[in-house]
Design a protein around this ligand. Structure first.
Ligand code: ADP
Ligand code: ADP
Length: 230
């Protein structure tokens, strides 16, 4: 469903990703682990062209984008098929939780407001925040804000949800509630790619793990296989 081939990305002539290859089937959860500064976050941002790879291809269902000759229309199509959950939530501060979840549905998917509202309320309920729909981000804890971010990502047409260290901005006592939501999505076979440094979580949630090191996917396998090798 998602296939990344020969992905390459450098910053200022310094290669970060040298030749990354990976595949993910529909309904699978992949965790990307590896030392800090090794390019995990860069890899995730390359998947939806938030960072433009130098070369390589990204194929998502019937769409294949060759980085070297990607058109704006292809990049746009790829972005619609992916949704990012950011470490720092990236909620709009002047919108309520409900409006934050509705926003891409209205502006990107062009759903009628009433329909978007109904869907957004369902998603907030799913992440346990039905009673916080009218709260502004500043009145919510980090864990609650991140759950709004997850609900927003689930609301679009995305085929795959990309999560960049979804729990690392959170106080320890709030991490559990976000992990529980992600684990529930995994059980429902939401296709996800998760960058995380939390091994225990990665092991519990992922069907497949890749260990990124020196710009390549140095290991790929089930959590059991990866941990046996470490
Ligand atoms: P990780 O997520 O594994 O911690 P990153 O993908 O954030 O790693 O970063 C990989 C390397 O690329 C680091 O050395 C980082 O400093 C560098 N890097 C990341 N983003 C940029 C950028 N926009 N400009 C220059 N260097 C960057
Ligand atoms: P993460 O924690 O997701 O790995 P970082 O904290 O490394 O991200 O980086 C945060 C932001 O700073 C990113 O947008 C990244 O592109 C940028 N960045 C990281 N390293 C550098 C760098 N050496 N030069 C310029 N920008 C950088």
């Amino acid at each position: 469903m998602l296939e990344i081939s020969h992905l390459k990305k450098s910053y200022n002539g310094q290669p970060v990703l040298r030749d990354v290859n990976l595949t993910l089937a529909q309904g699978e959860v992949m965790a990307i682990i590896g030392p800090s500064g090794t390019g995990k976050s860069t890899l995730l941002r390359c998947v939806n062209f938030l960072e433009r790879p130098e070369s390589g291809t990204i194929a998502l269902d019937e769409l294949t984008v060759d980085a070297a000759r990607a058109t704006q229309a292809q990049i746009h199509a790829l972005r619609r098929r992916t949704a990012m959950v950011f470490q720092n939530y990236n909620l709009l501060r002047n919108l309520t939780a409900l409006e934050n979840v509705m926003e891409p549905m209205v502006t990107v998917q062009r759903l009628p407001r009433l329909q978007a509202r109904r869907r957004a309320l369902e998603l907030l309920d799913k992440v346990g925040l039905a009673d916080k729909a009218d709260f502004y981000p500043r009145r919510m804890s980090g864990g609650q804000q991140q759950r709004v971010g997850i609900a927003r990502a689930m609301g679009g047409d995305a085929k795959v949800i990309l999560l960049d260290e979804p729990t690392s901005s959170l106080d320890p006592e709030l991490i559990g509630e976000v992990l529980a939501v992600i684990r529930q999505l995994a059980e429902e076979h939401t296709t996800m790619v998760i960058v995380t440094h939390e091994m225990k979580f990665a092991r519990e949630v992922a069907d497949k793990m890749i260990f990124l090191e020196d710009g390549v996917a140095a290991g790929e396998g089930t959590p059991e296989e990866i941990f046996e090798r470490c």
